[in-house]
Design a protein around this ligand. Structure first.
Ligand SMILES: [Zn+2]
Ligand SMILES: [Zn+2]
Length: 387
């Protein structure tokens, strides 16, 4: 008797990860009118959080290498979904992204929250006090959804993604997918169109009534009855393929760098953001585990930039990191420790904390004696908050 396979999934779990090909964006970073700020540490032709804001564009912002096939400013994309599981192709969560990364993520019932005092992830009830609502329009915690799909005319060997936070777009996509599932019993592996649909909205604020055009996402298809019948006939084998448990999609974007230009113009509907009304336990994905991934290039750059602002040279930076995280190279910092470090450096440059030196020259960060301190984000002027 020879054995040719391991049939115990606890020992050998065979999974196929669909690689992430690229991110398609809904907008761009636009320069602020006030231009370069005192806190900018880059060249004059670059932009950072201090001197730019997200701006929605009426088309899909596609990577340069795809422009030849998709056009410069496409408003329609031909897509197919790899799986029939909504929680996998369109995961959603309530998330709060600070300048440096994720601070809170929840499913509407419970959340993981990054506690800056203990520098650890803790469980919290969700929604948290930062939930963005009509009553709390400045709230930072809001729904984020990541949509994964094939651009089947380009490749079936990996998926593309769009991250969005507009409740209107999220609802439109859910409605489109559910409609196809109602008719065809599936939405996977069916040619669909994802489009930016010009929609006129009216909203009111202190200065009166305004009308403006927004470009939410929408799903549509031009399937004839005949084609639908064909698709239904092929359901069995297609569902088998799309239902294969082993096919896994990439993890949703979990740091601000990855999502930044997608999180655009949440004020798109005036003050009528409806984040809260969308939150039902069923519509939200299970919690991911806390990211312990390594620092991103963007974070490393921020660390260096902030060290420059504080006139902290390479040696001192290393000593400070060593005393805080027992590692002295930026490369070995994780998202959590890097975020913490950036926060401390920012606190020092904002005056919330002080960079001091021991008699032997070792640097340390001194915070004022513990009173109930406010969230550090509250102290920054509104322009500094990216969304
Ligand atoms: Zn800047
Ligand atoms: Zn929250």
């Amino acid at each position: 008797m020879r054995y040719r396979d391991i049939t115990n999934p606890n020992i050998f779990d065979r999974r196929i990860l669909l690689p992430l090909k690229d991110t398609i964006r809904l907008g761009r970073k636009a320069p602020n009118k006030s231009g370069i700020t005192k806190r900018c540490t880059h060249k004059s032709n670059e932009l950072c959080d201090f001197c730019s804001h997200p701006e929605t564009l009426p088309y899909f912002v596609v990577p340069d290498k795809l422009k030849e096939k998709l056009g410069d400013k496409p408003t329609k994309l031909n897509i197919m979904l790899p799986k029939d599981d909504l929680l996998e192709v369109f995961p959603k969560s309530l998330s709060w992204y600070g300048l440096i990364g994720k601070k809170c993520e929840g499913n509407g019932q419970e959340a993981q929250y990054y506690d800056e005092k203990t520098r650890d992830w803790v469980k919290k009830t969700c929604p948290c006090e930062q939930l963005k609502t009509d009553e709390n329009p400045k709230g930072q915690c809001q729904i984020h959804a990541t949509f994964y799909f094939f651009l089947y005319e380009i490749t079936m060997g990996g998926v593309f993604r769009i991250v969005m936070s507009s409740p209107r777009s999220i609802n439109n996509i859910l409605n489109g997918l559910e409609l196809h599932r109602d008719i065809l019993n599936r939405f996977s592996l069916i040619p669909l169109t994802l489009l930016r649909e010009p929609t006129e909205i009216t909203y009111e604020d202190d200065t009166g009534r305004h009308t403006r055009t927004i470009y939410p996402l929408k799903i549509s298809s031009d399937l004839s009855l005949e084609r639908m019948a064909e698709l239904r006939a092929s359901n069995k084998e297609m569902l088998l393929l799309a239902g294969r448990k082993q096919i896994c999609l990439p993890e949703p974007a979990d740091n601000k760098e990855a999502i930044e230009p997608e999180i655009v113009a949440d004020e798109e509907e005036g003050n009528n953001t409806k984040s809260a009304s969308l939150v039902t336990p069923k519509s939200i994905t299970p919690l991911p585990t806390a990211p312990e991934v390594k620092v991103t290039n963007m974070q490393a750059k921020k660390i260096f930039a902030l060290c420059n602002v504080l006139k902290l040279d390479g040696n001192k930076r290393k000593q400070l990191m060593k005393s805080l995280y027992e590692t002295d190279t930026t490369k070995t910092l994780t998202m959590t420790t890097a975020s913490d470090f950036i926060q401390r450096l920012q606190d020092c440059s904002d005056g919330a904390a002080t960079l001091r030196y021991m008699p032997d020259g070792l640097p340390y960060v001194e915070y004022p004696p513990a009173q109930e301190t406010q969230e550090t984000d509250d102290k920054k002027d509104p322009e500094d908050i990216p969304f």
